[in-house]
Design a protein around this ligand. Structure first.
Ligand code: H79
Length: 419
């Protein structure tokens, strides 16, 4: 048993960016502020005294933690991570360390507790995001150089006075925390990052820590935001991804990724052995924007039919040539390669995979289990393995046509050097 086992099997999670920044939703004094709405305080250099007043207006009457967790399950997600404290320093939980929290708003409810309880009831692994270095409210936190003089800051005072106590609160008061998600370590001293890790594990030894704790101290690797690595990786890793251009709710941006694009990204990530942590930004009423839920519902419906090609998969072998027609995922225990055909071949009506060394046993269409024609050949003079699947024209599925290729053994690929 590895600490990351549950995480690797989960593959697809819900990220929730929610805080005071949902109220302005990317606009300040009638002006559109560029970049993520959760960065508005810094990007618009909003004086703290002014930003603080948002707390007087935080009253998300529509927020329903249980409904959100149930929705995440329906969407096919297998873990959930909420911003307990983002860079603005505002705690979405009840903290004894600071008054800068959701408890000091008209809402006055502990959002982290409601989500933690809902996740426990629904059997959903619950995770918290905690920005450990930046804190634009705390006089000693990193990042606010418009209210505070950076030369007068003492990071250790902030770290020992706020970060460690709040991390202990999160890991003590909310039951099992499956993972804590740190962000933007910048140049935080390595010794403090180690202390942070030790503090987490002293509270909950099974709590995973993401890669952005810094210095390789995390339990899994963190891809850059919205980025997919070129090659498959054997380690546990995760891509955090947005549906539009912002993590927090942004009024003006309704250009969401299509279901097709989300499925494409999820399949690519699963095929490279990673997880997708896909973000939603609830609005000031506590509602996930309809444009986001519509996409996620469609992806969830797709996963309900084709989930076996995504979950319980591991990195597929890197093939020698770029695959033009789509992506591969791989389930080692079933010895099954899944072909995700995105460019359906209407003319030649076949897809080619070059470099698969393992003999194939059977090929079926995942949607209805029907057997498909295939051929596998080897050309000795060129030392080249070729495998074709022939696709009847009526087989094309919306989004992604999934073909299950059952192998006689472990999937092995030729390296480019052999060819
Ligand atoms: O929580 C989400 C982002 O707010 C956070 N990570 C994800 C998961 C994040 N923090 N920093 N970054 C991402 C790097 C991005 C920095 C930018 Fe900017 C923010 C680019 C534009 C706004 C800072 C301010 C750098 C340029 C202007």
């Amino acid at each position: 048993m590895e600490r990351t086992d549950w995480f690797r099997a989960a593959t697809y999670g819900l990220f929730i960016h929610w805080g005071l920044y949902a109220i302005p939703g990317g606009e300040w004094r009638g002006e559109a502020i560029p970049c993520g709405s959760e960065w508005i305080m810094k990007n618009a250099r909003i004086p703290l005294a002014e930003y603080r007043r948002l707390a007087e207006r935080f009253c998300p009457a529509q927020f329903d933690a249980r409904a959100l967790v149930r929705a995440a399950k329906r969407w096919g997600m297998r873990y959930l991570c909420v911003t307990a404290k983002h860079h603005d320093g505002f705690a979405m939980f009840d903290t004894a360390v600071s008054d800068w929290s959701v408890m000091h708003t008209p809402y006055g409810r502990d959002v982290v507790r409601d989500l933690a309880n809902a996740c426990a009831e629904e059997g959903m692994p619950f995770c918290v995001y905690y920005s450990q270095m930046q804190d634009w409210e705390d006089p000693n936190g990193h990042g606010n150089d418009w209210d505070y003089d950076p030369t007068k800051k003492d990071f250790r005072t902030y770290f020992y006075g706020k970060v460690l106590p709040q991390v202990r609160e999160l890991l003590t008061n909310y039951g099992r925390i499956a993972m804590i998600w740190f962000d933007t370590p910048y140049d935080m001293p390595q010794a403090l990052c180690r202390e942070l890790r030790e503090t987490v594990l002293a509270c909950q030894p099974d709590c995973l820590i993401n890669g952005r704790i810094g210095y390789g101290l995390g339990d899994y690797a963190q891809a850059a935001d919205n980025s997919i690595p070129t090659l498959a990786r054997q380690c546990a890793w995760e891509t955090p991804m947005t549906l539009n251009s912002s993590w927090g709710y942004m009024k003006r941006d309704t250009a969401y990724r299509s279901p097709e694009e989300v499925i494409d990204r999820l399949v690519q990530i699963a095929g490279k052995g990673g997880n997708l942590l896909l973000n939603v930004g609830p609005d000031a009423d506590g509602c996930v924007p309809a444009g986001e839920t519509e996409v996620l519902e469609r992806v969830g419906e797709w996963l309900a039919r084709f989930g076996e090609s995504v979950f319980d998969t591991a990195a597929a072998p890197d093939m020698p040539y770029l695959i033009r027609w789509g992506h591969l995922t791989y389930c080692p225990s079933r010895r099954c390669l899944y072909f995700h055909v995105r460019e359906y071949p209407t003319i030649a009506q076949r897809v080619l995979l070059t470099g698969l060394r393992t003999p194939v046993r059977a090929v079926t269409l995942l949607s209805d289990g029907r057997a498909l024609k295939w051929s596998q050949s080897y050309e000795p003079a060129r030392n080249e393995h070729r495998f074709y699947v022939f696709l009847p024209p009526e087989c094309a599925e919306e989004f992604d046509t999934v073909i299950a290729v059952e192998l006689e053994g472990e999937a092995l690929a030729q390296s480019l050097d052999e060819l």
